[in-house]
Design a protein around this ligand. Structure first.
Ligand code: EPU
Length: 421
């Protein structure tokens, strides 16, 4: 069967500036959150990625009007919406379909949905989401591959998250906005995307306090109305371009970022020997003359080092002197990119939950597979610095989360193109 692939001819040093798009992981929660309103919600800064297209299709299946305006505005009008079972194949295309669980439960007191999909990073249970819904008074049954979650009335309660899960925090917040009384989420996750979702809900009229700390309080309200919201910049896309610049550019400016969201990465890069000039909303990256130093990384919930960034950073560490150790505490099997990078000449030993990267290797072009979204990012960076041509397969993973990757890289001087093979 033929397939579209990305090809990259490596070795062309990049230069210039690149503008970061709106956050994917915020967008995929903001879109389901919008259905909690009784009127139209306008969201701007929406990235043009396939996850947004998939969520828009799911909204239309529910009778929600979705209008893409200008380049990056989306108007979501749930006025005519119906609570239909979400058991179609499209639900399995992405992880974030599970945000419809919290949103539909919150709005109608009932949701029927098949198991969401998304990148395979090892087991990704949703027990904490369900624990939260149950704490609010819902019952959960699993029948013929679908969850049925329903409640006569949702009533606020205390929910302790055994792991500070991003998805569970957002989902419980959405289920609780209309619940009677007060919901308290303890050991809540603190990722910036959660703050963005709470900001939207509060603009709609919700009463959510404490986001960004590990205790979030939600006082139920009777009505949420339409509003306008601008998405925060994508810190993972920004991190990808920053690492890419460190690997493949003489000098590059990354624009439309919030540096505070990237602190753990920026400190690590300085440790590795990358020169950074940090401004209010942009960063200039320069590759000095000195060799890069190896560094150890341990992934942790925000504000620790993000699991999504360890994959692209691994490619840079193949160019550092000495051995770097990456230890995964969030998704202990998130190392498929290491096997793909090895096909290009990287010397990486994976012993779960760590990868041992023996740096200072020359990478060369090979046929590789983007086994998940951030694996794809790590391979693109590898392709840019490798000798010869790299051919990346399964690029639909990359298209799920990086807006106009080819266009942005071409504008920086990369030789990147697509081919049907
Ligand atoms: N977990 C449970 N039970 C649950 C929920 C989570 O055990 O009910 C565990 C997970 O298995 C994992 C840890 O808790 O070990 C953290 O998972 P979390 O729920 O925080 O992850 P998520 O919400 O499913 C989001 C991002 C991921 C990112 C993680 C961690 C979205 C749509 N996805 O996933 O992003 O890696 O948080 O920060 O926001 C990506 O962008 O490439 C990506 C995979």
């Amino acid at each position: 069967m033929s397939e579209e692939v990305i090809k990259i001819e490596g070795g062309h040093r990049l230069r210039g500036s690149v503008k970061i798009s709106g956050s994917k992981n915020a967008t995929v929660a903001l879109i389901p959150a919008a259905i909690l309103a009784t009127g139209p919600v306008t969201i701007c800064g929406v990235p043009n990625i396939s996850d947004v297209a998939s969520l828009s299709d799911l909204l239309r299946d529910l009778g929600v009007q979705v209008i893409m305006k200008a380049q990056d505005h989306i108007v979501i009008d749930p006025t005519e919406m119906q609570n239909k079972p979400m058991v179609q194949e499209a639900v399995s295309k992405l992880r974030a379909s599970y945000y419809f669980m919290g949103a539909l439960l919150g709005k109608y007191g009932r949701v029927e949905m098949k198991m969401p999909g998304g990148c395979y990073l090892g087991p990704r249970p949703i027990d904490l989401h369900l624990k939260g819904f149950e704490a609010l008074g819902a019952t959960v049954t699993y029948d013929h591959g679908a969850y049925i979650i329903e409640a006569k009335e949702l009533v606020g309660n205390k929910v302790f998250l055994d792991i500070s899960s991003v998805g569970a925090t957002i989902n419980i917040m959405m289920a609780a906005v209309y619940a009677r009384g007060r919901t308290i989420i303890e050991n809540a996750a603190k990722e910036p995307e959660i703050i963005d979702v709470a900001t939207l809900l509060n603009k709609m009229g919700a009463k959510i306090r404490g986001v960004g700390t590990n205790v979030i309080t939600i006082d139920g309200v009777d009505n949420l109305s339409g509003c306008f919201h601008e998405i925060i910049p994508d810190r993972i896309e920004a991190a990808t371009y920053i690492v890419l610049a460190a690997a493949a550019a003489d000098e590059m400016v990354i624009e439309n970022i919030i540096p505070a969201h990237l602190e753990s990465l920026l400190s690590k890069l300085q440790e590795i020997g990358i020169e950074l000039d940090i401004d209010v909303d942009k960063i200039t990256i320069r590759r000095g003359d000195k060799p890069l130093k190896a560094a150890d990384i341990k992934t942790l919930p925000y504000p620790g080092f993000a699991t999504d960034i360890q994959q692209p950073l691994t490619t840079l560490l193949t160019q550092a002197q000495g051995q770097s150790v990456v230890t995964e505490t969030i998704y202990t099997e998130r190392f498929k990119h290491c096997y793909e990078l090895s096909k290009m000449g990287a010397n990486i030993d994976v012993r779960i939950p760590s990868s041992f990267i023996n740096g200072g290797t020359t990478l060369s072009g090979a046929i590789v597979e983007a086994t998940d979204l951030r694996c794809g990012a790590s391979l693109v960076i590898a392709g840019l610095i490798a000798e010869g041509v790299t051919e990346i397969h399964s690029i639909y993973h990359i298209e799920r989360g990086y807006e106009n990757l080819d266009g942005k890289l071409k504008s920086l001087g990369a030789k990147i193109w697509r081919e049907i093979v």
